[in-house]
Write a protein that binds this ligand. Sequence first.
Ligand code: MN
Length: 291
Amino acid sequence: MKLAVFDDYRLGVVEDGHVRDVSDALDRHWCCTPYVMNWLIERWDDSREAVERAAVAAEPRPLSDVRLRPPLPRPRQLLAAPLNYHQHIVEMTDSPHLPRGVPPELTSRELGFFLKATGSICGPVDAVELPRWPGRIFHHESELGVVIGRTARGVDRSDARRHVFGYTCLIDVTMRMNTEHQEERPMRKSFETFTPIGPWITTADEVPEPNRLDIRLWVNDGLRQDGSTAQMIVGVDELVERASSVVALHPGDLYATGSPAGVGPIVPGDKVRIWIERVGEFTIAVRERDW
Ligand code: MN
């Protein structure tokens, strides 16, 4: 199932370019607020049938008639894997963008995860807004987003998939460091709108092998990234295992699993398209922040 949040945080089921409003299947207290998807994920086992029934009864509306919101507007925690694809590490090692003193052999396996501010989330029809920081460059990173479905504390990788609710396309927009500026990674990646996600959450039953998905990103129709999640150094199951050995993951948490090679600059006026096999695709505009 493909679950979207649209208009005034209504819940929708998406099929064939149309959305069916299933908000009435939810508790009125939670619908319709930015927390609607958190509520649903937490109660998915008890709510799925009601959502399916409501979808059958609802009138399909073309997606072009609604405003898609981020499918998970308020993830509880937003974790991210650094340097999780070898070829991306190679390209970064040849650039001035790695932190000083970090040996290039360090990967996501050694570095673990970092956190992005959840306030950096935006939706597929919003825009990435670049702040006016003179001399700085901003990169796109195309990533598979993993949505946690059940509380995971100290789970083994063999049991990790049971704790995954679904998947979404995620762009980890990043202000690069340079020889003069060495801000912490979480800050450089947490500007508002620096985590576009969407266009919906594809539930895990439709993605039987998340560790083998083609993932691509274009800037203005030019293909920049063309990889596969099979190239991840630490796969989805091990990411969940390792993170949940540090802190409990909860329903509605989101994990950005790292970027394949091909990252590069984006500037105001660009259009960035991300596509992940089985999961979805969207195109988002880039503009200069007006504040
Ligand atoms: Mn990233």
